[in-house]
Design a protein around this ligand. Sequence first.
Ligand code: NIG
Ligand code: FE
Length: 412
Amino acid sequence: MNLLINNIKQLVTVSANRRGIKAGCEMSDIGVVENSSVLIVDGKISKIAPSSKIKVNDEIFVLDAEGGIALPGFVDSHTHLIFSGSRENEFAMRAEGKTYQDIASSGGGILSTVRATREASKRELFRLGEKRLNDMLKLGTTTVEIKSGYGLSPDSEIKILEIINELKRDHFSTIVPTFLGAHAIPFEFKENPDEYVELICNYILPHISEKKMAIFCDIFCENGYFNLKQSERILSKAKEVGLKIKLHADQLSTFGATELGVSLGAISVDHLELINENGINTLSKSKTIASILPGSSFFLNHKYAPARTIIDSNIPVALATDFNPGTSMCYSMPMMMTIACTQMKMRVEEAITASTLNGAAALGLSNEVGSIEVGKNGDIIIFDVPDYKYIPYHFSNNFVKHVIKNGVLLEM
Ligand code: NIG
Ligand code: FE
């Protein structure tokens, strides 16, 4: 069945340029069309025209948007969605003054989620993933990157990637699997972390590449996690076996992670709370995208990434939730937009581009999703708000009225 969406008050197309990504002042150009309709045929956007100009026939289901606002489905380009357990105890400890690093070094942090996730069955993890993706769809997110990284052993990392791939097959959302085996040094390798690095390079990476289980390889390049040398070893191996690369960079300290990412041709460097001038200069001369994750700064009460300077340096910025149980227990893209506008002085239009087209670019998918244009997937969200600017303004409420994924109107 084909779908015609009529009576859209503002159609925010975020229409792309030839590069499929926007930088600098292009990020403010979100291509708003007033009083419009969109026709989706066989899952792809086929026509955008004033409401009266598209003829209806029996083959077309008509959805009346009732004067709502339409945006491309959000692209959440950085999540750690598959984990078991929760860490509200750490949240409470931080409220009493402990830091993320204090908690990690006293046995909490990533490794506590690793314990819970290793114990969980595949069925339980699949169910958790499915529930979270359904919630995200309700909030308007139709494309989600999902990282492994709470297994940290060959079997458990592969188990998590298998679940991500099952979700990719079975769920309505577009899913992009990322291998993050280098998320922390597992208990078993505490005394000899380089052996874990070699296990990743010699066994896990070749295996997941052969079985086509991941598109990207990511790494937590950070003091106490993986240093520059180990990061370079893993990311180079990942490239050799055919994966694209990303890094968690400059989150808790600054020692050249962004520069390493650029030199290896990373599609994105993510976090950047503590990026310095050299990092910004290096990024501005590269094709690497700056993925900014304001949820974790908000949640940990850390410094925000200098998004304003980064955008003004003509570097493309993507926004993502970083959904995970330790540093960002939130999967709402509108909430990220609110934080981006209030705390990092991003313009509303920039926040929209960063949450759609540039997120798609950070996943290598900007030919398919991230904007409302003829030929792209029919991923459209209708919001019951008076203006697109209202979406980050009225924070924490959900104004999604309809979710259309690949041309299918989902029952929410
Ligand atoms: O992106 N920084 C590394 N990884 C996550 C945190 C994971 C956790 O605390 O469980 C992040 O912030
Ligand atoms: Fe992360």
